[in-house]
Ligand binder design. Structure first.
Ligand SMILES: NC(=O)c1ccc[n+]([C@@H]2O[C@H](COP(=O)([O-])OP(=O)(O)OC[C@H]3O[C@@H](n4cnc5c(N)ncnc54)[C@H](O)[C@@H]3O)[C@@H](O)[C@H]2O)c1
Length: 330
């Protein structure tokens, strides 16, 4: 899709970070918007910004959880009804969890799978018929550099993002075979300056294992946010214009991708070496001589949205690699 003017784009996770940046840049390009988020406050702020910057752009908003299949279907149906057609779906909403596998509560694993993987599946399946009917469409699914490169403490996040990558690469191949006017791109951001650290969960079993404390882990995490959300959105939209199969965002993502392709087994040993150094520091700071025992330690109650920190900021690998540059590969 070369031109976004007068197209209709649906975006999940539009209340913050890359979703908000995508909404703003698409609106500036004259694209009408159907915005969704589970956070009504974040979504209202994005809507306010977009209406101020691009008053002629039509904007509708929907508050729902992407893990809910029926709600996603309603989002697609109502978007098509309100705007007459749909050309783009950005399955961008996502969350992060940091936990050892041994100590991971099934509730946490199911939570992140439901949002990061099933949310993308729901969005793809609900919108695909509308994109085909429009005659010109694009599906943009957000994976991560952690869909290419694994790290200790990130197994659940890794699993969801590897799944998104496999799903989207297969989807793109099917669409290429169908020649139905719809295409797909898989997005692999490195560390992007967004709110993901604040909304992520860190399991207590990580304290003293790979992070000294929640706050320390959060601070470390944010050190690896080397690309702005605006730059990330620009790279994603450039990838859509070029019909790229995948978009790598940031120098860190490009380096990690190269390492995983060049040394697909050995990179893991390098990550372990780096992680061990971080773990020793974390244990010293947490006043522990040895790694903790891993009891089942859920990060939250079943209702489920305790804001926590987590993720990439263990500093062990991919997003610890280096500062900024946009990149993409077709
Ligand atoms: N920031 C990074 O470093 C980074 C790196 C790689 C991949 N990603 C991925 O990029 C995507 C966007 O994240 P971001 O960094 O902009 O984070 P963010 O936290 O700033 O934005 C995510 C948005 O998704 C919404 N959301 C979360 N769960 C939802 C749900 N169940 N239903 C509906 N909305 C939900 C949140 O309310 C939030 O507005 C995510 O898929 C994330 O995994 C981020």
């Amino acid at each position: 899709m070369k031109d976004f003017s007068n197209k209709i784009a649906a975006i999940t996770g539009a209340g913050s970070g890359m979703g908000r940046a995508l909404a703003i840049q698409l609106a500036e390009a004259g694209c009408h918007l159907s915005l969704a988020d589970r956070s009504a406050t974040g979504l209202a702020e994005t809507e306010r910004i977009v209406r101020t910057l691009a008053p002629r752009v039509r904007v509708t908003t929907f508050v729902f959880d992407v893990a809910n299949r029926e709600a996603m279907q309603a989002f697609a149906d109502e978007t098509a009804a309100a705007h007459g057609r749909v050309n783009l779906i950005f399955n961008n909403a996502g969350v992060a969890l940091s936990s050892t596998i041994e100590g991971m509560a099934y509730a946490d694993l199911e939570w992140i799978m439901n949002v990061n993987f099933w949310g993308v599946v729901h969005g793809t399946k609900a919108f695909l018929p509308y994109l085909k009917a429009a005659g010109e469409g694009h599906i943009v699914n957000t994976s991560s550099i952690f869909g290419i490169f694994a790290q200790p403490g990130m197994s659940a996040y890794n699993a969801t993002k590897y799944a998104v990558r496999g799903f989207t690469e297969s989807l793109r191949q099917e669409l290429d075979m169908m020649q139905c006017g719809v295409s797909a791109t898989c997005v692999h951001p490195g560390g992007i300056h967004t709110n993901i650290a604040q909304s992520s969960r860190i399991s207590p079993n990580m304290i003293g294992f790979m992070v000294a404390s929640e706050q320390q882990g959060k601070d470390d995490f944010e050190k690896f946010f080397i690309t702005t959300a605006d730059d990330a959105a620009r790279a994603i939209l450039r990838g859509v214009r070029r019909n790229s199969r995948r978009v790598l965002i940031g120098r860190d993502a490009r380096a990690a991708d190269w390492l995983a392709r060049t040394l697909p087994a050995a990179y893991q040993a390098l990550v372990v070496m780096s992680a061990k150094r971080e773990a020793a520091k974390a244990r010293r700071s947490a006043g522990r001589a040895r790694a903790p025992d891993f009891a089942h330690t859920s990060t939250h109650n079943e209702a489920g949205n305790k804001p926590q920190q987590s993720l990439h900021g263990t500093g062990a690998g991919a997003e610890a690699l280096a500062p900024d540059r946009q990149g993409e590969t077709a």
